[in-house]
Design a protein around this ligand. Structure first.
Ligand SMILES: O=C([O-])CC(=O)C(=O)O
Ligand SMILES: [Mg+2]
Length: 230
């Protein structure tokens, strides 16, 4: 089998990437027609941190982080490293030393469908990770793999150069070409939600705001008691 390390990735415009990061994973997911989400098996390992950037993808042998080291060489500022293994693994393939190497390249975060370790160190240095597991299990540097080939992370296809957005809600990967349209749809959605938020804060009920009373009636939902509106 041939293994590849591909250097060139088409990167999305920084202002599009920043707009998607600020919109957040849930909004971007809705704005993209509910596409792109990685499964919930990959979780944030810190709170209150959002990143977005171009995917540098890595396919590793399970329990072997050789290709993560190989990938560092092709990373550019603003990238997000997306690491997968060729069969399921929760070994701690990534920790604060690899993070230190990525920071030197300007990488903004790592998404890994495997384990991470050195969590206290990663948090102390402010390097955000999203992973399937936290596990101190050590790994070797021995087997070939590929960098910047299509990979599947938590059930989601991720292509090199995809815009990856990650926050407390999880991770989404979007084709770079869709970025401007999704960012515009995010802005529309955020403006719409600001209006709804103000109405809900004033005490208006969702059943009225969304016009759901006829549906409740049609479904035979009977209010036995109602609290008076505040
Ligand atoms: O070195 C490793 O194998 C993973 C790790 O702990 C680190 O990157 O600090
Ligand atoms: Mg370590």
């Amino acid at each position: 089998m041939t293994h590849y390390v591909v250097r060139s990735v088409d990167r999305a415009a920084p202002e599009t990437v920043a707009a998607l990061r600020d919109a957040g994973v849930a909004t971007a997911h809705e704005a993209a027609g509910r596409t792109g989400l990685l499964g919930p098996g990959i979780q944030a390992r810190q709170t209150g941190v959002a990143v977005a950037g171009s995917a540098i993808t890595v396919s590793c042998h399970p329990g072997d982080n050789l290709m993560i080291h190989a990938a560092v060489e092709v990373c550019a500022p603003g990238d997000v490293l997306v690491v997968t293994t060729t069969s399921p693994s929760t070994d701690g393939m990534f920790g604060e030393l690899l993070a230190t190497s990525l920071v030197a390249r300007g990488v903004v975060g790592t998404v890994i469908d495997a384990g991470v370790r050195d969590l206290a160190g990663l948090r102390a240095m402010g390097f955000p990770v999203w992973s399937r597991a936290v596990h101190a299990q050590g790994t070797v540097k021995a087997s070939p793999g590929s960098v910047n080939v299509p990979v599947v992370a938590a059930g989601q296809l991720v292509n090199p150069g995809d815009i990856v957005i990650a926050d407390d809600d999880g991770v989404i990967a979007l084709p770079a070409a869709s970025g401007p349209a999704v960012a515009a749809a995010c802005a529309e959605r955020l403006a719409n939600e600001a209006g709804k938020r103000a109405r809900l804060a004033s005490g208006e009920l969702g059943v009225d705001m969304y016009g759901l009373r006829p549906l409740l009636d049609k479904l035979g939902v009977v209010y036995v008691d109602r609290l008076p509106c505040p």
